[in-house]
Design a protein around this ligand. Structure first.
Ligand SMILES: [Zn+2]
Length: 271
């Protein structure tokens, strides 16, 4: 089945992974800017990273017929460095008009600190002023519930933000409801060590229906599985769900969300 992985960090993956994804039906990926495993020392480090995301990764994906899109920001972990964060936020507009750039992300919280919140709000302001879509990272494990609540409050407090143009990622059973009820899109991240499994994602589709729900692998430099979306497809099939329902979640929903971005162009199947 054709599918799209709306949250995967391909800079951390080898070229063979692109080939495997293509063979499994992956037609497009979207890659949010994230923490590289170490704190970068300067705004130029981010500028080079954004060049990699907007110049080289689309080319590498293209070798296997996969469309590559991206989101730009300074992640919540490095947001503790306020001065560097502000330099990066001021530099992001250099890249916003580039092909394949879908918006601002993945912004959010990591340890729910005051500095993280301040930089989150400054990203929201940039997105509002530039009319960009937003992709949100919610914290992990014990910080998730409180962090998601804080993020939703900040989003709802800014009247300029169109909830239908915000994707809140890494939702789980205890955070998905308020995200969907407030009109946001919700992304379920399938991950071997934390976050969600294909079976739990299938449970949530059964509980909440397929509208505004996405599934991603978040494939990154840690233990993760870039082919997790096909695992979800299989889990849904084994439960007897119709192909049309599965296709809505893994293909049509990401397309519908991405189409709201100026930088999104998806070629027809024959191209
Ligand atoms: Zn991520």
């Amino acid at each position: 089945m054709d599918y799209i992985d709306p949250h995967i960090h391909m800079v951390s993956r080898v070229t063979d992974d692109y080939e495997t994804l293509a063979k499994m039906g992956c037609r497009a990926v979207s890659e949010p800017a994230f923490w590289a495993g170490f704190d970068r020392g300067s705004v130029d480090g981010f500028r080079d990273y954004f060049r990699q995301l907007t110049e080289f990764e689309p080319k590498r994906a293209g070798w296997y017929g996969i469309q590559h899109y991206t989101w730009l920001c300074i992640n919540a972990k490095e947001a503790e460095n306020m001065q560097l964060s502000r330099e990066v936020i001021a530099m992001i507009p250099e890249f916003l008009g580039r092909p394949g750039v879908l918006g601002i992300g993945e912004i959010g919280l990591n340890k729910n600190t005051r500095n993280e919140s301040t930089i989150f709000l400054e990203h929201l302001d940039l997105a509002a002023k530039t009319n960009e879509q937003i992709l949100i990272h919610t914290p992990h494990l014990e910080d998730k519930f409180k962090g998601t609540r804080m993020i939703l409050d900040m989003l709802c407090d800014d009247r300029r933000i169109d909830h239908g143009r915000v994707l809140v990622d890494h939702v789980e059973e205890h955070t998905i409801r308020p995200v969907l009820e407030a009109g946001f899109w919700a992304g379920m991240t399938l991950y071997p060590v934390s976050k969600c499994t294909p079976q739990r994602a299938a449970d949530m589709v059964e509980m909440y229906g397929p509208d505004r729900l996405l599934v991603n692998s978040a494939g990154d430099w840690g233990p993760s599985k870039p082919t997790a979306v096909p695992d979800f497809i299989l889990a849904m099939r084994l439960r007897g769900h119709p192909e049309s329902l599965i296709r809505q979640v893994v293909y049509e929903n990401p397309l519908k969300f991405f189409r709201q971005s100026r930088g999104f162009e998806f070629p027809p199947a024959s191209v």
